[in-house]
Design a protein around this ligand. Sequence first.
Ligand code: AMP
Length: 215
Amino acid sequence: MEAIILLGGPGAGKGTLAEDLKEKTPYIHVSTGNLLREAVKSGSELGKKVAPLLKSGQLVSDELVLGIIRERLKQEPSDAMFMFDGFPRTIDQAKGLQNILSELNGTITHVLNLEVPTDVLISRLCGRRICRTCGAIFNVVTMPPKEEGICDLDGGDLFQRTDDNKETVMNRLKVYQEFTEPLIEFYKKSGLIHSVNAAGSPVDAERSALDELAG
Ligand code: AMP
C-alpha cells in the first residue's frame, strides 16, 4: 500500500487537484471532509455528532477521523494507492496514520504542499459554488458559470457549502494555521515535502503536482 498526502489550507485546491489526479494516476481519492459530509447527509449518529463542528469549521476529534481512515483503507486491496485530501490535519493524526500504515505494510511516498497566499484562499472560499449533481467547482469571481447558479457541465444547481461563509472561513484558516501548518515541518524532517505552486489555475497546479510525483 502506498499513499500520498495533499496538504494545504482550506481553498488551496486539494479537492480539485485530487479529482484531476484521479483521472491520470492510480490513486484512490480519500477526502475526510467528503466522508464526514456524507455522514451528516445520511443523518447517522456519527453525522449528528460531527455536524456542528463542520458548520463552525472546528476539527473533528483525531480518534474519530483515524477510525474513519482505518475503515476506508481496509476496504481496498493491499496494493492500493491512496491520495489523502484534508487528512492528516494534526500532528497526532499524522502519527496515527503512520501506525495504521505500518500495520498495513503501507508507506507515504510524497506529501504535496499546495502553496497559496492567504488573501487568495479567502476569495476562493467565499466565492466557491459547487454543482449538486456532479460536484464540479466554480467561483463567482474567478471562474463563474455561464449562467448564474447553473453548472456548465450538466445543468445541475450550484450551491454554497455552509462553511464557506466569511466568519467560518476565517475560523478555518485560524484552525489550519494552528494545527495543520506544523505538518509541513513534520514531513520536511522525513524529506517527503514537495512544493506545488497552487496560486494560479487548476491546470498549472496539476502540472506542477505531476512533475513532483514523477521527479
Ligand atoms: P474539508 O472538506 O477538508 O475542508 O473539511 C471540512 C470540515 O470537515 C473541516 O472544517 C472539519 O470540520 C472536518 N474535517 C475534515 N477533515 C478533517 C480531519 N482530518 N480532522 C478533523 N476534522 C476534519
